[in-house]
Design a protein around this ligand. Structure first.
Ligand code: NAP
Length: 274
């Protein structure tokens, strides 16, 4: 009942976000998007390719990579794929080598992979969970950035985008250590943006709110959790992956040529900062 009322009121904010992509802002660019076989990563990869980029798709499972690549190629988009578990050194090495071999270089790195193996508060978590979350969410992002520099330094308009979360600003009780890891990514964005500005490499970050994907199901699947989530969103609806894809395309494009070290919150108005 409440869900119906909320959905009706959300219509007033215009939830029809589908539109045809008419600009070619990323023509001639090459992009890597990690964890891009579904959800937010898939939408980012699709949007970059729709705007003219050649995109390397990747995730842990070969069958997922194959499916995502086929779907995008069917739409006439220029994509290739490879398996890459971001926590594995060999996989990351292979990701960069395959991108260079397939597309000749790299202009845009999007670090999107993250895990949250447990649902619960910070102090209820174990050291093992802390290590797993920080290894994938933070350390792998740092390593991908470092390892991408040889290729990015050859680009005329290089850019890195890190996917953080609204939880970086307002820790979510159900996502304890995950929230802390996402706050660390805001720091990583600031620190590296300063260091890489000299090389002309822009580093920015996106902090999505609650976006309807498999990952965020615990936050909206039950009626109770859905109502709690919606009560914190001014626009009274969950976000879509495509609404993150469009922001990533903007940040990667020359429309954002004077933006570095920033985080764009895409949350339908969830509280994030003053
Ligand atoms: P999702 O729909 O569950 O998709 C997860 C993707 O990540 C899949 O393609 C999966 O494919 C891949 N993946 C998982 N572990 C990986 C690893 N170790 N290495 C490489 N790929 C891996 O998740 P999502 O909601 O799109 O989340 C994407 C990003 O957005 C994450 O950084 C998340 O923290 C952030 N975010 C999401 C929300 C939200 O509400 N959904 C909100 C804020 C931030 P395989 O299984 O084949 O590996």
């Amino acid at each position: 009942m409440l869900r119906t009322a909320i959905n009706q009121s959300a219509r007033n904010f215009g939830t029809n976000v589908t539109c045809s992509i008419k600009c070619n802002r990323l023509e001639g660019k090459v992009a890597i998007v990690t964890a891009s076989t579904e959800g937010i990563g898939f939408s980012i990869a699709k949007r970059l390719a729709q705007e003219g980029a050649k995109v390397m798709i990747s995730s842990r499972k070969e069958s997922n990579v194959k499916k995502a690549v086929e779907e995008l190629q069917t739409e006439g988009l220029q994509v290739a794929g490879t398996v890459c578990h971001v926590g594995k050194t060999e996989d990351r090495k292979n990701l960069f080598e395959k991108t260079k071999a397939n597309f000749g270089g790299l202009d845009i790195l999007i670090s999107n992979a993250a895990v949250n193996p447990v649902v619960g508060s910070v102090l209820d978590s174990t050291e093992e969970v802390w290590d797993k979350i920080f290894d994938i969410n933070v350390k792998s992002t740092f390593l991908l950035m470092k390892e991408s520099l040889t290729l990015l330094k050859c680009s005329k308009s290089p850019s890195i985008i890190i996917v953080s979360s609204i939880a970086a600003y307002v820790p979510l009780n159900l996502l304890g250590i995950y929230s802390v890891s996402k706050t660390a990514l805001l720091g990583l964005t600031k620190a590296t943006a300063e260091e890489l500005a000299f090389d002309g490499i822009r580093v920015n970050c996106i902090a999505p709110g609650i976006i309807k994907t498999k990952f965020s199901e615990p936050l909206y699947k039950s009626e109770d959790n859905y109502n709690v989530a919606i009560s914190r969103i001014n626009m009274k609806r969950l976000g879509t992956s495509d609404e993150i894809g469009s922001v990533a395309a903007f940040l990667a494009s020359s429309d954002a040529s004077y933006i570095t070290g920033e985080t764009i919150v895409v949350s339908g108005g969830m509280q994030s900062r003053l």
